[in-house]
Write a protein that binds this ligand. Structure first.
Ligand code: 2NL
Length: 339
């Protein structure tokens, strides 16, 4: 039996030296150390020995088993260390390489324009008011003195959710909500997304952005409106910018006007930017109609108000000389990275 054990050890030693992979090591384990392996087979010879020889033979058997186990463990450690080494080498990082460039985003031109305009109005004591994009027909039209047959109410101009709910066509419903919930004086601007059933082209989009303003206080007159908007225009387009107010009509203001700014490109002498008129239209405004104030719970004997509304998209396009509105909404990185 001793000879058999030594043969097993010699064979195991020779086999172990040839092992090059964890699969081969597993084969080795099964061949020598497994339940049906060579060591087990040799141990079976123990039963044939005289009783008195068994303790000494047991000791030899244990030594051989330990030796085979050591062969296994050493090889196991060696293979694992080789694998780790190979992994470390293949995954090594050259810390002297230049870092990958950070793909940093930039603020969208609309966001930049909005932030600039908001800062200007905050500087004049306004607060920013926001409201839902889905609002009631009442807040969007009825409360704003819009005639029942006004074309803007039609199914072909406005996105209706139900008979009473719609996607707001302007941010005026935010002012309506504010007047109904707040005691004057009120001095707010309401920027936000608005929706109209317009076909997409270079100057139209069914989703666009508006900034409206509303000031409700005692003794508000057209002088306050003109003073505020002149200050705003100079802050955005420069000290030399001039304004011109042309009479207009809106259902929610009386009197109403559209305001033009002297062309910041040519200074008013005429160029292709202002279509050779020297002026660029930028907003609509007026004194808030008493019907609107009364509907929103404001005492028209005590208070008067002015309001204005402008398209943020259009102002951003003028400011950054963007000639197609679609560029603002396509999210093409090559476009956005220019701002
Ligand atoms: C435009 C310009 C405008 C207003 C919006 C307004 C809001 C309330 C009351 C009175 Cl709650 N007016 N907003 C006023 C004048 C012009 O927008 O071109 N709109 C079609």
């Amino acid at each position: 039996m001793k000879q058999k054990l030594n043969e097993v050890l010699a064979a195991a030693t020779a086999d172990a030296a040839l092992i090059q992979s964890l699969d081969q090591l597993e084969d080795f384990r099964i061949k020598y150390m497994g339940r049906k392996g060579e060591l087990t087979a040799a141990m079976k010879l123990m039963g044939k020995l005289p009783k008195e020889e068994r303790p000494a033979m047991g000791q030899v058997a244990n030594e051989v088993r330990s030796a085979v186990e050591k062969l296994f463990n050493d090889k196991d450690a060696e293979l694992k260390s080789q694998a780790l080494q190979a992994k470390l080498e293949s995954e090594s990082i050259d810390v002297t390489m230049p870092a990958a460039e950070l793909n940093r985003g930039t603020a969208h031109p609309l966001t930049k324009t909005l932030n600039e305009i908001v800062e200007i109005f905050i500087g004049m004591g306004f607060s920013v008011a926001e409201g839902p994009e889905v609002d009631t027909v009442y807040n969007n039209f009825d409360a704003l003195n819009s005639p029942a047959d006004h074309p803007s109410r039609s199914e072909s101009d406005t996105f209706y959710i139900t008979d009473n709910l719609l996607l707001r066509t302007q941010t005026s419903p935010v002012q309506v909500r504010t007047m109904k919930s707040t005691e004057p004086p009120i001095k707010i601007i309401s920027p936000g997304r608005c929706f109209r059933k317009d076909e997409v082209d270079a100057t139209h989009s069914p989703m666009f952005h508006q900034i409206e303003g509303l000031v409700v206080d005692k003794n508000i007159s057209l002088a306050d409106l003109k003073g505020t908007l002149n200050a705003f225009v100079k802050a955005v387009f420069g000290e030399d910018a001039k304004t011109k107010f042309r009479p207009h009509h809106f259902p929610f203001t009386e009197p109403s006007a559209e305001m033009d700014v002297s062309c910041f490109k040519c200074g008013g002498s005429g160029c292709k930017f202002c279509k050779h008129t020297g002026w660029i239209e930028i907003l609509g405004c007026g004194l808030t109609h008493p019907h609107v104030l009364a509907e929103c719970g404001i005492d028209t004997e005590e208070y008067s108000a002015f309001a204005f509304g402008m398209g943020l998209d259009r102002i951003a396009m003028l400011k950054y000389e963007i000639d197609d509105m679609r560029l603002l909404f396509e999210n093409d990185k090559r476009f956005l990275q220019q701002f």
